[in-house]
Design a protein. Sequence first.
Length: 334
Amino acid sequence: MEWFWPESVLSNGERVKEELMQGRELAGQLCRVFDDHKSTLDSGFGGGGGGSAEGLVDKILGSFANALLILNGKESDDQELVSGDQIQGISSGGGSADSSSWDANHAIIKSEDFHEEISCKSASTFKDRRGSYKRRRTSHSWTRDAQDLTDDGHSWRKYGQKVIHNAKHPRNYFRCTHKFDQSCQATKHVQQILDDPPVFRTTYYGNHTCRDYLKASELVLDCTSPRESSSYIRFGDFKQDHPFFSSLTSVKKEVVIKEEKPQPSDDHMMASHHRNHSSSCDYIVSPHPTAFEYSCPLSGLSSTIDPYDHEGDVMSSLIVEPYYFDDEVLQYEF
DNA sequence: ACTATTTGACCCAG
DNA sequence: CTGGGTCAAATAGT
């Protein structure tokens, strides 16, 4: 498989490293806060060397968000990096990060889509209005070719399959599982383009505005310093006390594996599979572009992506997407 | 019973 | 007019 990387990402490697290192340091502080919390059960999250647990979480999120903004390359020049306070606003607001500075254009897009949906719904007093839609913009998409359909970090639901003219294999259409519960507009389609070896082309449209909270419910920080190795943070416990995570309790208790596996028959592509196992999907941090082969594509990976497509996906990106980070590793386990 | 997938119908852009 | 993207009823799976 292969991702298409803008040059600017490479030049920002050091900045990414700094941001991620800061995030790791803050995470370490958060670990100590939790340790303090354990030792003094009734004291709450007020202690800790670097401030409250909530504040630390906000800073961590801000660091990762900044790294992602930097990775976006061409947007990094004219976009303000996200501060911890902004992240806090995002997280406590319960919505997507539409309020961040980069997204003014996209807000318009979303507004248009909203009106389209309203008009469509209002016009569809009759039951059968199938196929009533406005064709997607073909400009902000990116593609990925792979011999195996590896996990891209998001949950998908198949909603259609079409035989494509002059194509040997049908095209499978997927939308984000959270299209309705979180209004996530991300879609993709997958089509086998080669037989031997089998190569599957995945085309992504739109960014995820959803947050797969449950994937983030258990976070593993693999600290590389000898005495801090493999520290685990279980947000499943933490969220009871954190205003952000406590707001997630209404989310359905399920863990989803986001992976399509080709069937022996070429046109049997599977959508999301539910799973109970939490260890089969480890996420790592790195600035090396090649290491992103197994990650979900960030905006800016392809020349076909429009600037306004950089939705408020900061949270979902930093939570679920894997990054490799030189020989230092931040490892998430879900 | 609930959720996901299948598949033909429908509609729009080119 | 045609190809492609989406909808939603029917069906399958858990």
